[in-house]
Design a protein around this ligand. Structure first.
Ligand code: 5AD
Ligand code: SF4
Length: 528
């Protein structure tokens, strides 16, 4: 295989080539050419890439999945001779991993694109992620700020797009969504290798089609990574000293591995929480989220497991009892309500009512008595009345959340709400309602945090407190931030240690603690 041949193939057809992940070089060759190796064609791009090392500057916007996607992109690029730089001065190319969930998120990226272009006009810019998927060629056309556009399922093609830009000065785009891509074989390059915490994507996409949400359009259909590749990655992380793993997915607890047809594979319809429904047909077969959690929590008893972001429909009893039973599955569950009004929930197509949501909350609290709960809320969705808003406030006061992520509704094109409803709550009213929602949460959390005074907590040490190096900082099982006063006995304490400590005071959302002793998940639960 010579280089000229590879180059010809490389220019053969861009569209065809965007399937590099699944095609091999053989697929592109006339049958008269003898036997050629069958490794994926991406390796051949590597062969023709100049030995020059190129420097890539990266910024990530949006959710934790975007952070993990950035680590996947970096892993792909490293194989193609790119190295990361933290300075734009050094960079040949800047990558922006973007978010499209709300208008505000996109505006920040537009501002940044302008400032990068102004600061260093010769630097090439690639827009990745959800904005790339949503805006596609608009990004390339608008003010010529962007050179490459690459959607969430096309990262394997990014080296080719960048190479085309370098060699031929061509703008490039690949925004094809996939039914299969999970990047299961790509080991992400962790940005903070010293952190005892890691994030692993176990599924991608979302089939729920909540009426306000752009995600199903930017991230495509739901698909899960095979369990073996996930467990493999966990093993790698644990060997590196990781003590807390967060499983990630747009609807993480809808995980369903259908890759393995062994007897273990559980048949039958996916069990939903009582009182919940979906707009898609019930999914059948596969190993479910609780099967995965069961395996990994048993295998690594001294590693903490969290997961985000779940949907309330996917909390079957098996999962709740597993969480109760395993000391290393954190007792902090995210159950995004979005609204406390059944009328709004129906318009949002959430698949539950206020009553069925509250029934689920009661059940969770009954099965896992010490559980902490968090939620997302949207203020000012289409047609929301003051009474609907008050229903949200009363839901918050009833459940008493430990954490909440609160947003004003932002109309997204393409969504069901955009096509069918009117965005009729004035911006000022949205803001006022959002402020009331935020202050309701603040009042709840102040009281809740105080209740920890006098309790003992297991905290994973993540570093020194930002405010004072006389304290360590970390998080409790229920994800409360905690600071621990250093003293004579903490001399050997280091990042990645679990420590048992006593809460002596609180400040808004932080637990202020005294050190008791070094510990582990198993030890702590034996002694307390
Ligand atoms: N406007 C405001 N908030 C939104 N979210 C999703 N779409 C929108 C939108 N169009 C919020 C939801 C979701 C979280 C990730 O973002 O609360 O759970
Ligand atoms: Fe968006 Fe709903 Fe899917 Fe969450 S579950 S990503 S809110 S469509």
């Amino acid at each position: 295989m010579n280089q000229r041949h590879a180059l010809n193939l490389f220019n053969f057809s861009k569209n065809y080539y965007s399937n590099v992940a699944t095609k091999t070089l053989k697929d592109f060759m006339p049958s008269t050419i003898g036997d050629i190796p069958t490794s994926p064609s991406v390796t051949y791009i590597q062969d023709i890439i100049s030995p020059l090392q190129r420097k890539v500057y990266i910024e990530t916007y949006g959710c934790q999945m975007n952070v993990n996607d950035t680590e996947i992109v970096l892993s792909i690029l490293q194989k193609f001779n790119y190295v990361r730089t933290v300075k734009t001065d050094d960079a040949d190319v800047a990558l922006l991993m973007t978010c499209a969930i709300r208008d505000q998120a996109e505006n920040r990226v537009w501002e940044r694109l302008h400032s990068l272009k102004h600061q260093k006009p010769q630097m090439k810019i690639a827009v990745l992620g959800c904005m790339a998927e949503r805006l596609k060629s608009q990004l390339l056309e608008k003010k010529k700020l962007v050179d490459v556009v690459c959607g969430p399922d096309a990262y394997r093609d990014l080296p080719r797009l960048l190479e085309d830009m370098d060699l031929y000065g061509k703008q490039g785009m690949n925004v094809m969504l996939s039914l299969e891509e999970t990047y299961a074989d790509v080991k992400p390059v962790r940005f903070d290798e010293k952190s005892p915490k890691a994030f692993v994507s176990i599924m991608r996409g979302c089939d729920n089609m909540c009426s306000y949400c752009i995600v199903p359009f930017t991230r495509g259909r739901e698909r899960s990574r095979d369990m073996e590749s996930i467990i493999d990655e966990f093993g790698f992380l644990v060997d590196k000293g990781v003590k807390e793993i967060t499983l990630l997915g747009q609807n993480v607890n809808s995980y369903r591995d259908v890759s393995n047809d062994s007897e273990e594979n559980i048949n039958g319809e996916t069990q939903l929480s009582k009182g919940f429904s979906t707009i898609y047909k019930p999914k059948v077969g596969g190993r479910r989220f609780h099967h995965l959690l069961d395996q990994v929590s048993l295998k690594y008893p001294n590693v903490r497991f969290r997961f985000t972001s779940p949907h309330p429909k996917d909390f079957p009893d098996d999962l709740l009892y597993l969480i109760k039973e395993r000391n290393n599955i954190c007792k902090m569950l995210h159950i995004p309500a979005q609204s406390g009004s059944s009328k709004m929930l129906e318009k949002m197509r959430r698949g539950y009512t206020r009553e069925s949501y509250l029934e689920l909350v009661d059940k969770i609290k009954a099965i896992i008595p010490d559980v902490a709960l968090s939620s997302d809320f949207i203020s000012g969705f289409c047609g929301e009345t003051n009474q609907d808003h008050l229903d949200t406030i009363s839901l918050m006061e009833t459940v008493k959340y430990d954490m909440a992520y609160m947003f004003a509704y932002s109309l997204r094109e393409k969504t069901h709400a955009h096509r069918n409803y009117v965005d009729d709550v004035p911006e000022q009213v949205k803001k006022e309602r959002l402020n009331q929602v935020i202050s309701t949460f603040k009042n709840i959390i102040r009281e809740k945090t105080k209740k920890f005074i006098g309790t003992e907590q297991l905290v994973l040490i993540e570093g020194d407190s930002r405010k004072s190096n006389e304290y360590f900082s970390g998080h409790s099982d229920q994800n409360y931030s905690a600071v621990i006063k250093k003293n004579q006995d903490t001399k050997n304490v280091k990042v990645g240690d679990f420590v048992q400590c006593k809460v002596v005071d609180t400040s808004e959302k932080t637990l202020i603690c005294d050190f008791i002793n070094l510990s582990s998940i198993t030890e702590f639960n034996r002694t307390t």
